[in-house]
Design a protein around this ligand. Sequence first.
Ligand SMILES: Nc1ncnc2c1ncn2[C@@H]1O[C@H](COP(=O)(O)OP(=O)(O)OP(=O)(O)O)[C@@H](O)[C@H]1O
Length: 230
Amino acid sequence: MLVKNTTQIQLIGVGQSFNNNDTKVELFSDLNLSIVQGQSYAITGPSGSGKSSLLMLMSGLEIPAKGDIHCVSNSKTGPLSLLREDIGFIFQQFHLLPELTALSNVALPLKLRGNKNAESQAKEYLIKVGLGHRLDHKPQQLSGGEQQRVAIARALVFKPKFIFADEPTGNLDVNSAKAVADILFSCCQQNGAGLVLVTHSTELAARAEHVFSLENEACRVTQQLQPGVA
Ligand SMILES: Nc1ncnc2c1ncn2[C@@H]1O[C@H](COP(=O)(O)OP(=O)(O)OP(=O)(O)O)[C@@H](O)[C@H]1O
């Protein structure tokens, strides 16, 4: 169900290709997709099929070779750049700042937005991801799963409308991957954020409400019958 005033990202006739050493690599040529705030999406497909490239396009980090990507909010259509402040990212390698504590890493996006309560809100999010006892630890003092939970808190703390995650559990053992996925899906659900994740894991993809499967230079869109959101 589409909730009133939700924002959408729409891709219309989108194609992406690269010229690498005189060889044209065509990833996809005519994608028509919508990403709706509050819903969850997995991008799957074989290695090299263009999953990360599609994520980059949807989040506005790259521009398509062909087609149009825009956002629709309050029935008004505008450029994707309008969402720049409303997008959070999570990467396989965490990308935390090594010199900063967990608390300072999570507070940073709030401070950059001029928020006077940055540290107390960051603390609240670290407690939410189960790291209230690790506020003063630096990334290298935390396990991979703990670092990814810090990255989730950092991505969600400023309440973005969309979260884009590239292989968010790809570096983690089975138990940590499940714990991180539980937290990621439940935090996005609580915040009403749209979640788009790239994954090779069929278990993780099965938890999303919709799957974009990049196979044979096409994109098959599947709506899962029973959303497995934790
Ligand atoms: N910035 C770029 N410049 C040139 N070529 C690129 C660029 N980004 C991606 N490619 C090409 O697109 C192909 C697909 O890359 P992409 O990372 O999107 O695939 P993927 O499905 O995410 O792969 P994997 O599962 O192995 O991470 C690559 O093989 C590469 O040839």
